[in-house]
Design a protein. Sequence first.
Length: 458
Amino acid sequence: MKRSRWLASGLALLLLLGVVTAVSALTYRVTWGDTLTSIARRFGTSIVTILQANPQITNPNLIYVGQDLEIPTDGPPVPTPPPGTTPTPPPPTGSQTYIVRPGDTLSAIARRFNTTATAIAQASGITNINLIYVGQVLTIPGGGSGTPVSTFALGAQTLNLNNQARLEEAGMTWIKYQYKWPSEDTLANLESIINAAHSEGLKVLVTVTGDTAYPAANGINFLNYIDFIKQVAALGPDAIEVWNEMNIDFEWPAGQISPSSYVNNMLAPAYTAVKAVDSDIMVISGALAPTGFDNTTNAWSDSRYLAGMRNAGAANYMDCVGVHYNAGATSPSASSGHPADPGDRHYSWYFVPTLTLYRNTFSTRSLCLTEFGYMTPDGFSGVPPGFSWAANTTLNQQAAWLAEAAQIAKNSGYVRLAIVFNLDFTKYELDGDPQGGYAIVRQNGSCPACTPLGNVMN
């Protein structure tokens, strides 16, 4: 959670090119929704191998529809559409693509996107609704309202289970644990947290992000990160959030911030890795820092970054869109009046406009608020300079606004999970991050927000 400094931009992918001898190759024409990652996976090869065979590609994050690529045929060929199927046409404006996975049926996919098998078949050029194949790209009609949310769950970020009674009082059934990778913490410790939560009937979201603030250029080893994600998935969490606030240089190398790089090098392979371990684990895209600041070096606004994720095909590699909302100083239903928002009504200061932006960008995916909360200095002396907008927020307002926000999310029909930041943190730095100001369990042990939240959930 950071609000006082926003950073980032660019796109970059560090590739160590080795010598590969290809006996033969075939020509593949890029279609809508393709990325080098998905093409490499389809043909059982690697991005490096494709780049070596196609020296005309100078930017591995930039390929275009209709482009012909030479694919070395060392690996298995692309799945051939069975008789009775036809190539999927480019999706019309407003539609979404979906890549068929093992076990999928057209009816199940239709239920997921709140549409019909017939509508998907018509949009995808399918003549036999009982015949689809793994790797096939389907077009989901734009009229679908996305993944129906039959249940809404509430949780909180915490460091331990010392306040389990407060979780129960607030109607919370999830906890969030943020793991800094690589870290001095161990997988054994993480496993004990997951097991302890499960033994108490709680579900666990693990956010796996970097442990280095302001990472250096090319400072993220994607292959090692994906390998670690596999190990985390093997521990049995209920959800994994892939990175955190990757639109600012606090979390991603300055000058290299790129939604396509995030999707191709991190989100897509992480999704594939997690589902290979346990298909029931929910994969959540890394929530962005909510900001309008955008200088294409230190930060991208979350609206521009979101659009870039959508264009890079992110919807195919996540079950839920991660969202952060941590700078509120008004009622969640308000869209004006924020102390730091002198008349321009920027969405990032307000709860409903923020949800609306994310929902409109990814209409076929549920939203997961992996961090939402209201800062109040009640009980502390002063506020850090970057949080002056919260100086007049009272503890009673924090409680009332959290409950109202939870009710709005619950009633929305598209918010699947909301994690309050935070349950019981005590750290409060006047020259840094006032985490204790967001805590709903206060220093004296009271929890004014617990009963209102419990009323919403129960």
